[in-house]
Design a protein. Sequence first.
Lengths: 537, 122
Amino acid sequence: MRSATIFNFLIEANIMASIAILLMIPLRKLLRKQMGNTAICFGWLLIALRLLIPLTLPNPLIHEIRPAYLDDTAIRPIAGQIKVRLVDAIGDLGRVFWQAGNRQAYSDMQKVAVGVDYNGHPAVLAWIWLGGCVLILLWFIYKNVKFRKTLRNNRIEEISGELKDLYLQLCKERKVKPVSVYFTDPVPGACLVGVFKPYIVLPLITAPQDVKNVLTHEVCHLKNKDHLWGVLRLFCCAIHWFNPLVWIAASMSRTDSELRCDDRVTGPMNESERKEYANVLVLAAARKSMPGLGVMATGMTMTGKRLKNRLLTVLADRQTKRWLTISFAVLASLCLIAAFCTSEWGQSIRQSVSFAESEAVHLVPEHQDRQMPEDLREWEKELWTLAGYDYEEMAPYRSTAALQQWEDAGTLTRVFYDHDGINRYCTFAEDGTLLELQDVDVPWLSGDLLDNRKYSRDERARQEISDRLIAFLDTVNPGMSQTIDHMEIDWESAQDGEIWMQVNGIPKDQEQGEAISFVVRIEPDWQIQYFACISNG
Amino acid sequence: MSVQVTEAEWKIMECLWDHAPQTMGEITATLEPTTGWTRQTVITLLKRMTEKGAVSMDDSARAKKYVPLITREEASAEETHKFLNHVFKGKASLLVNHLVDSGDLSEDDLREILNIMRKEKK
């Protein structure tokens, strides 16, 4: 899977879900009484679906927000805006450093910006994201295994006799398939534990007069399938671990699940029964807090302000407005569908592109009449070898995207190469001539400029470099080679035993200015790290 | 070595502190009306308490008899310590302050506390 695919999914899911979470926070506070807890839980469910399902639907309008300068068409418009703005922000920060005279920081910022722009850093970020997911999942697993083990060790016995009869009667009344119920000591409070084979844990110290209410509460959790909601919350937090709003939403939805459960428990109760149930909640709160967010168990207890609100809800005479509940459900469902509409409609992508992955590289769009060299891979191999790279080592992944930013030159095609997170790319004209080659790992940016130039003063060395670059140009762009009068070394820089130089091709027609530019690593070995035909730009 | 006693085990300890030794049947009969615990529940708890050294079992007679191995004072001290640490960050002064502020202490209680503190000071 490409990092662009992950990037699209995470950016889109988090933006849409974050907006929804920010709307849900005041909504649950202001309209809980009118809409009811079931409607609020439904809202959380829709947000969870947006966070977890990597679905994208076509949207005829989304094309409008695609950034004009976005080479990689695998990045969809919303993610593209984020990417382009991120690169711009990093670039701006780099310029601030430049103005402050901090060349090293400027160089570092440039590297980051180039890395983000050409997928070097997104690949690294994708690994960091994956590492975070694995760590969070492992933490959840550890917490659950530990919690389950403690419960198993503290288990006293399964309920029996009259109590069991009471429990079975409750299940029958609430139309729930009974699960095992175990007396346990010590345990923070009654809870429904597990996912595939859930069971109820009942504190041994539960007073006989409270048992019915406590069991009813857990049976209603079972009826609401709250043990499965826990799994949804867990996956949302594990996948979107970097978004604090998702964690806040998970915690809020857990509270709302409890309140929804209370609604179900107290629905058929009269006022005195409700008071009795409220007393049980207060006593449960006096003991200990509910299990942590990562534990696959419902908890009956709440403390502080949340308990106060809960008691008020339990004791209040609730009259939800049915029309409001239905309107919310319909509107929220429509919003969910809209939140999935993030991909462009049909072929309306501005770059009119054939985008390909892996081995399926098509450099020439069908409408073009001129042809690339027949054996593309041989051609690429030849030019990269001439530039001083090992082509076999650097092509585990490639993608192409046609460009229009150089409109005078027709539809150009850029090919990316990813090797160990370091990206390189080439830009080809329609006939396959090379217009640009760049290794986006740019150590030469941070090299120290040499006042005492080693190669510029040595005429023989200068000639050798010039001949070699002309030979390269003859092969990759013969037309351009004909227009060059001579080569001129602009600067030399060095760092950690490496020496680089910029060499510009001076055209025969001086009015054209610098037609081509190279950055070449001379030591320890020959490598063309940057090449561009400027006149095309 | 301190023995940790759970809330449920505490009920059995209370029973044995009031009167020991007692058989399992006697303990069940005492606790059943207030807790609803069955004989099996009491068996499981006593087994666990024997293993952790809170009670000992005398099986010389036909009916096994249980006696507490820790005194009420020892267990109370342990629980008070846990409670202080958990609720008042280990500071007894905060606990006293809370009790005085809440009005839960009678004048007699206060006088007794002062006497204890004076004795401790000497």
